[in-house]
Write a protein that binds this ligand. Structure first.
Ligand code: 4FL
Length: 243
């Protein structure tokens, strides 16, 4: 899968997505990431990419032409038309199921805004999908773009190792993670739950499932509505609600 990112800060991306699991997937050619500096496509002798807003007001607005030129340079020799995503608080909120949908694409272009925003005409002309990573405002779309790329890439076959990808599968879908422990068996007087030391695989599975269900109920009850629950899970929840 290929991603092209249009940004005024390409160095931010290499620092984050050149490392660790995503860095390894890139060097193994499972994913291709390109970071394109919008400033390189300015037609101004001072390389300007922003200007004052028509109608007045504070802040600056990113001009449409440098973004359009950068976009054209990506698609000029392509036979397909990659979807263009604009990261904005006005977009559809990003979720795991949204990530799964986008993981089916072969090529995405991500556009990161700065200043007070970008000229509306570029959104009308080239943007297919507007995505928000949550109801808060950042200084730019770079961190949201990295979050979206990371969430999509870990779903692509071969990016995670056998173990990591297996752990994530179906069994606990839509629920929060169960608690994890490692050595030592006692830390600051707190013991690891007995069942995890028992070696009894079926009991461990049952305990973990219960912990996931209980945690989701306590911390994120909104997620329970969509999570696939068994009769056993529902019984457990009814017992909790009683006391
Ligand atoms: C984008 C915030 C996506 C949340 C400022 C510029 C943003 C954002 N999700 N804040 N873009």
């Amino acid at each position: 899968m290929r991603f092209d990112v249009l940004t005024l800060f390409p160095e931010m991306f290499e620092a984050v997505l050149g490392e660790s699991i995503i860095g390894r997937a890139r060097s193994r050619n499972i994913i291709e990431l390109n970071f394109i500096n919008i400033r390189d496509f300015s037609e101004d002798k001072h390389r300007r990419v922003d200007d004052y807003p028509y109608g007045g007001g504070s802040g600056m607005v990113m001009q449409p032409m440098p973004i359009y030129n950068a976009y054209k340079s990506i698609i000029k020799d392509l036979s397909h038309k990659p979807k263009v995503i604009y990261l904005t608080p006005q977009g559809k909120v990003f979720t795991q199921s949204f990530a799964k949908e986008l993981a089916n694409e072969k090529h995405l272009i991500l556009l990161c805004g700065h200043y007070e925003g970008i000229d509306e005409r570029i959104i009308e002309e080239i943007v297919d999908i507007e995505i928000s990573i949550g109801d808060f405002v950042l200084t730019g779309g770079e961190i949201p773009a990295m979050a979206v790329i990371d969430a999509i890439c870990r779903l692509i076959p071969g990016v995670l190792g056998q173990e990591e990808s297996f752990r994530d599968e179906s069994h606990f879908s839509g629920l929060l993670e169960y608690p994890q422990y490692t050595r030592p068996p006692e830390f600051l007087g707190k013991k690891v739950p007995e069942v995890l030391l028992s070696g009894h695989h079926a009991n461990i599975q049952k305990w973990r499932r219960e912990q996931s269900v209980i945690r989701t109920y306590m911390k994120r009850p909104d997620l329970l509505e969509k999570a696939p629950l068994s009769d056993e899970d529902r019984k457990l929840l009814n017992n909790i609600k009683k006391d």
